[in-house]
Structures are given as C-alpha cells and as structure tokens.
Ligand binder design. Structure first.
Ligand code: HEM
Length: 192
C-alpha cells in the first residue's frame, strides 16, 4: 500500500515538478551560454499564449463551447499549462527588477502546483473509496451497509473535489497580476 502510494502518486508528482525546475535551469543556462538572453525576454509571449490556449478546456467544461473531446482537452490543458509555465519561468530567469511580475510568477507557481496536487490526490482518493466499496461488496455486505461504511471517506472525497474552488481564485490572481505586467511592458515598448 505504502509502496504503491509512493510509486503511483508521490513519485510522478515529484518527478514532474522536479523536471519543471530542471528544465527551467537548463533553459536559462543554455540561453546565457548561447548568448540568446534576448530570446528569454520574448518567451513570455508564447508562454502566455500557450496558457491562454489551454483554457479552451475550461470553456468546454462549462459548455461555453460544445466542440472537442473533454478528456483530450484536459490532457492538452495539463500539457499546455506545464509547458507554458516552463517558458514563463525561463522568461522570468534570475532578473530581479520589478515586484509585480514576480508576484505573478508566484501565483502561477501556486496555480501549477495546486493543479498537479488536485489531479494526483483526487485520483488516489477516488481509487481508495472505489476499492473499499468493492472490498465490502465482495464480502457480501448489503448496499446500504457499504454506503454507510464508506460514508466518511466519501464525504472527504467530496470535500477534496472542492479543491477546484481554490484552483480558480488563484488563477484569477495570476491572470490579473500577469495582465498588469504585460500592459506595463507593452506601454514601455510602445506597442499600445
Ligand atoms: C505577453 C507576455 C509577456 C511579455 C511580453 C513579457 C515581457 C517582459 C519583459 C520585457 C521583461 C523584462 C526583461 C528584462 O528586463 O530583461 C519581463 C520580465 C519578467 N517577466 Fe514578463 N512578460 C510576459 C509575460 C509574463 C508572465 C505571464 C509572467 C509571470 C507569470 C512574467 C514574469 C516575468 C518576470 C518574473 C520578470 C522578471 C522581472 C524582473 O526583472 O524583476 N512575464 N517580462
């Protein structure tokens, strides 16, 4: 049980987060090594576009749009926000001049981590409750008694699904801070 928890859930989570950190460091190192630091300045743009693009999943989920397979869109949302965040992290680099974009980066980090934790913990808990139900059913326990036995676990699971309510406010903070940063840069560049 402990091995499976570690191997199936904690290890992939750690690897995926570790990979984000390692790829950020490697990307930043390469850009500096190849004298392409200016590329990092513009990486904020494709990164932002990728993150906005991944929001198609939210539109589909809320039925604002009806086309597209929700499962595929969820996978694209997970890959897109991860890759977009990587680009934004390389873009942020190790320059420390302004507070606003760093607050945006912090909110983005919380957003990415909450998304990953939610995905992995929820899956694990669902499996746990399902496994318990099957275990009781196999032992011939009646349906009502099974529901009673898994009641508190089911309530906990229900509470965990509320995690989405945290993921979204954090996203809004992230979006507002990023917008402030982007508008100020565009004003500075004379693009608007
Ligand atoms: C359209 C998208 C974006 C554009 C055009 C953009 C542009 C820029 C520019 C020109 C700089 C200054 C770079 C330098 O001084 O070398 C910068 C810095 C930075 N950006 Fe962005 N950015 C974008 C999106 C984002 C997003 C979404 C985030 C975070 C969530 C972000 C976080 C940062 C950070 C942390 C810095 C470093 C600030 C510092 O020097 O203290 N950027 N960005």
């Amino acid at each position: 049980m402990t091995t499976s928890l570690w191997r199936q859930h904690i290890l992939p989570f750690t690897l995926l987060l570790g990979l984000l950190a390692a790829a950020t460091l490697a990307g930043d190192y390469l850009l500096h090594r190849l004298n392409l630091v200016w590329v990092g300045r513009y990486l904020g743009i494709p990164g932002t576009i990728l993150i906005i693009g991944s929001l198609v999943y939210s539109l589909r989920k809320r039925r604002v749009i009806t086309a597209g397979n929700p499962k595929t869109l969820l996978t694209l949302h997970e890959i897109g926000t991860w890759l977009g965040s990587l680009m934004v992290l390389i873009h942020a680099g190790i320059h420390f001049n302004a507070i606003l974009p760093w607050l945006a980066t912090l909110a983005m980090g919380v957003n990415v981590i909450s998304g990953m934790v939610g995905k992995m913990l929820l899956k694990r808990s669902r499996q746990h409750v399902q496994g318990q139900r099957e275990h009781f059913q196999l032992r011939g326990v009646s349906r009502g008694e099974v529901e009673q036995a898994v009641f508190w676990d089911a309530v906990t699971l229900d509470a965990m699904t509320q995690w989405r309510k945290v993921h979204i406010p954090i996203f809004i903070v992230f979006a507002v801070l990023s917008l402030g940063h982007i508008i100020s840069i565009f004003l500075f560049w004379g693009w608007i």
